[in-house]
Design a protein around this ligand. Structure first.
Ligand SMILES: [Zn+2]
Length: 150
């Protein structure tokens, strides 16, 4: 399942990527282009735009401004779950690769490197990832959402 977020849904796009979903989030592009991307790449369009949602088959209209609610809105239509956290870059959607502490030496603070053994790196934008406090908080927020009951 591949997703496409419109320009109003940047935070949602980052969350969906965190969960492991291939989520495109193009720069501000017109409706026509969004529809083209959805069709060409076989992506489910998530949009705040009611009229646009009506024009794209299978699109999901997002009504809420609140991130947690937006995730629920998607989960109401798609079988959303935590697929594989830390498999994609939250910033650019590129699949992450495992990295050694040495490889992320310049990207990760020393105290973090001392505490963690597993790291990931984005080959697209270079960002480093690890299961730190941010990761814990994301997982906690997702668990609180209890998507199985959405
Ligand atoms: Zn990246």
């Amino acid at each position: 399942m591949k997703l496409l977020c419109d320009h109003m849904l940047g935070s949602l796009a980052r969350w969906l990527r965190f969960m492991g979903y291939d989520t495109a989030y193009p720069e501000a592009v017109g409706d026509r282009e969004l529809l083209m991307i959805a069709r060409a790449e076989d992506r489910v369009l998530l949009t705040r735009d009611k009229e646009l949602a009506a024009r794209a088959p299978g699109a999901i209209r997002i009504r809420s401004d609140v991130l947690e609610e937006q995730v629920r809105e998607v989960a109401a239509s798609l079988p959303l779950r935590l697929v594989d956290p830390l498999s994609r870059c939250s910033l650019c959607n590129t699949p992450l690769v495992a990295a050694t502490p040495e490889e992320v030496q310049d990207l990760v603070p020393e105290d973090v490197r001392a505490k963690h053994a597993e790291f990931w790196r984005c080959p697209g934008c270079g960002k480093a990832y690890w299961r730190g406090t941010h990761w814990d908080k994301m997982i906690e927020r997702l668990n609180r959402l209890d998507l199985s009951k959405a």
